[in-house]
Design a protein around this ligand. Structure first.
Ligand SMILES: C[S@@+](CC[C@H](N)C(=O)[O-])C[C@H]1O[C@@H](n2cnc3c(N)ncnc32)[C@H](O)[C@@H]1O
Length: 240
């Protein structure tokens, strides 16, 4: 499989999808993972101030918006592949929360995360790079970078496809599934589907705190509610 070419195709498709979605009202309903992230902080967190949070693949900014609205952190960072989403997220967040420290920038996180080591109290990825990076070297680099930029005690949260789920929205292809991917019908984009073992291996030596199976996803773009029976993981892994 020529993963480099496939990766490029996913990139091009994100630009197309964002240009189309920009014509519609930005969706503000967050993904279900956000409430779990807030609950997790309330239950486990001890650090009081100067919390920095990074969303990888922030799209049009709905998840950061929700966190800001709930006073989750002191400063908020977001990175996304497309300039369109960076522009829209910046506008949404600066107009809605003018006093809040917020930094959004464009980057392909498969090439690395341009932040200092031990910088973030939490990093999260909701159906973004963890799902849409196709090149395996980029994926390794991405996970290494997440581990590098997290502070000791910091937590990486994610929502991503689960191998073993029922993907009625995907074009059936056992060869592709064997390699860890599905191709969704909607726009033929590839998504990486993970086993628990793979997630633990990619993220070691982070400590698994929570890993649960979910079926529902409130999407950023397109149809809002999306059901894949047992088709998503929500995870929380901590740097110890
Ligand atoms: C399904 S959207 C989710 C957006 C956001 N997390 C949300 O829940 O609203 C996936 C996002 O990941 C971004 N993305 C995909 N691959 C990426 C990469 N390699 N680096 C940075 N962003 C990426 C896309 O541009 C897109 O905005």
């Amino acid at each position: 499989m020529d993963t480099y070419v496939l990766n490029e195709k996913n990139h091009k498709k994100w630009n197309e999808l964002h240009n189309q979605s920009a014509k519609m009202k930005t969706r503000l309903n967050p993904n279900e993972a956000i409430k779990k992230i807030i609950r997790f902080k309330n239950n486990h967190d001890t650090s009081a101030s100067n919390r920095k949070v990074l969303e990888v693949g922030c799209g049009f900014g709905r998840n950061l918006y929700y966190l800001m609205d709930n006073h989750y952190a002191e400063s908020y960072y977001g990175v996304d592949l497309t300039n369109k989403s960076v522009d829209i997220a910046k506008k949404l967040l600066s107009e809605s929360f003018p006093q809040t420290e917020c930094y959004i920038k464009q980057a392909d996180v498969g090439e690395g995360l341009d932040y200092e080591e031990n910088y973030f109290d939490s990093v999260f990825d909701i159906m973004s790079a963890i799902t849409f990076i196709v090149d395996e070297e980029d994926r390794q680099r991405y996970f290494s970078e997440v581990k590098r930029v997290l502070k000791k005690g910091g937590v990486y949260y994610f929502y991503c496809p689960r191998k073993g789920g029922i993907f009625r929205d995907a074009i059936l292809d056992d060869n592709l599934l064997e390699k860890g991917y599905i191709r969704r019908e909607l726009d033929c984009m590839l998504e990486r589907v993970y086993t628990k073992k793979e997630l633990v291996e990619f993220l070691q030596p982070l400590k698994l705190i929570q890993l649960e199976i979910n079926s529902k996803h409130t999407r950023a773009f397109g149809n809002e509610i999306f059901i894949r029976d047992d088709g998503f993981w929500f995870g929380a892994f901590q740097k110890v």
